[in-house]
Design a binder for this molecule. Structure first.
Ligand code: ATP
Ligand code: MG
Length: 390
């Protein structure tokens, strides 16, 4: 009989009265991701969401891959359906979990009954299936407390299901429950990770990228779009705002002290992002900054960039070492693209001796010679929007 996918809900089960909303969002997000893999039925019972293929044409491998990236599920597993009859359940466990049963040293059987008309109690069913499996796999010892393998049996309305322990899911909360943020996405390692971390908390994440053509190549922009695309299976649909940034950089280089260039540039990035946020009902910005990583990420420098912001700035990797960030980048699949050798707009104009302890007054003095409002407005006006979808 057919195989299905089960999702165990995470912390959303603690949401009390809001829980129904979280479940609906999780199921809606699952359905959108599954569409391209064929016809699936998605429903939730007792904190478990079930994904059932509706016909032989459904691509279960593809669906499994997509579901492992779905925020809101702490655990995911595949289960095999069988008739609701005790010996059919044993036969299903032997066939479906045979390899695991052979490899394990200890096991137990855990049963759940949604169908209360089933003629055995959960305990009787566990004992029966456990006894039969033990006869067939005599090397196993029964261990009720810390078994290597738990054989789960669920007796539901139409079928019974057999599965092993769930694997870790993507965790977090369903995207869409936590508002909307705008992530400053560069071509580096950190900002894709930061974007992923905020999406994991249930936030819809749009991207903004500052492009310095012709100082940076079109390949550099394509690389950033590729990073954004790699995040879509996690974030769902997102809008990438591509900002023409060259004129601002040229103006800063012409008119401002070189050692303040980076931080002045970052203030412009923030101003533009805040403008986009306000126009689109976006509640926060996200960056991949980490304290002390570079001159513009000292506490003094961060305070100077925050000073121009009109919405909160979330910095999820702020306390992480590069190695920790790299580990996540590898896990989510962005690392290999991030390290492709394309220049980004920060490296093109980097001063030789950037100030690590800028003072707000000197930045404001440097900006006094500029028409900050007109420069910001022109950049916002020139934004190209690219929508990426599942
Ligand atoms: P990353 O690895 O994410 O590029 P980084 O260590 O290179 O970060 P910076 O270049 O100083 O650090 O940038 C800090 C943060 O500013 C980035 O994480 C990103 O959020 C944002 N940022 C930098 N450059 C750009 C850009 N061209 N477009 C959009 N955001 C940018
Ligand atoms: Mg960078």
């Amino acid at each position: 009989m057919e195989e299905i996918i089960l999702l165990k809900q995470g912390e959303m089960v603690l949401k009390g009265l809001n829980r129904r909303g979280f479940e609906e969002k999780l199921m809606g997000n699952a359905k959108r991701r599954l569409k391209r893999y064929g016809a699936f039925k998605v429903y939730t019972r007792q904190s478990t969401t079930y994904v059932e293929p509706q016909d032989g044409g459904a691509d279960l491998e593809g669906a499994w891959e997509a579901i492992t990236k779905l925020f809101g599920a702490v655990g995911v597993c595949r289960a095999r359906a069988c008739p609701k009859e005790k010996d059919a359940i044993v036969a299903c466990a032997v066939e479906y979990l045979g390899d695991k049963l052979r490899a394990a040293r200890s096991f137990k059987v855990e049963s759940k009954r949604a169908d209360k008309t089933f003629p055995m109690t959960s305990i009787q069913l566990s004992q029966y299936v456990g006894g039969e499996l033990h006869d067939r796999f005599p090397h196993l010892t029964a261990d009720m407390h810390a078994p290597e393998l738990t054989v789960h049996v669920e007796v539901r309305d139409f079928d019974a299901y057999v599965h092993a322990d769930p694997e870790p899911g993507a965790g977090g909360l369903p995207v869409g429950m936590g508002g909307r943020a705008l992530s400053l996405l560069s071509g580096g390692i950190d900002s894709p990770v930061a974007s992923w971390m905020i999406a994991k908390r249930g936030v819809i994440v749009d991207m903004i990228h500052y492009h310095s053509y012709p100082y940076t190549s079109l390949e550099a922009k394509e690389k950033v779009l590729q990073l954004a695309r790699l995040l879509v299976p996690y974030t769902g649909k997102q809008c990438v705002h591509v900002v023409p940034f060259t004129k601002i950089q040229e103006e800063l280089r012409r008119s401002c002290p070189e050692e303040l260039f980076t931080i002045l540039m970052r203030r412009f990035m923030m101003r533009i992002a805040c403008r986009v946020a306000e126009k689109n009902g976006i509640q926060a910005l996200v960056t991949g900054e980490s304290v002390g990583q570079v001159a513009s990420q000292t506490l003094d420098a961060l305070a100077c960039t925050d000073a121009v912001c009109t919405v909160p700035v979330l910095r999820p990797v702020v306390g992480m070492d590069k190695e920790e960030i790299v580990r996540i980048a590898r896990k989510i699949g962005t690392f290999d693209t991030s390290i492709l050798p394309y220049e980004d707009c920060c490296t093109v104009f980097t001063p030789k001796h950037p100030r690590t302890k800028p003072k707000l007054e000197e930045l404001e003095a440097a900006e006094a010679v500029l028409d900050v409002e007109a420069m910001t407005a022109e950049a916002v006006e020139g934004i190209e929007r690219i929508v990426l979808d599942l």
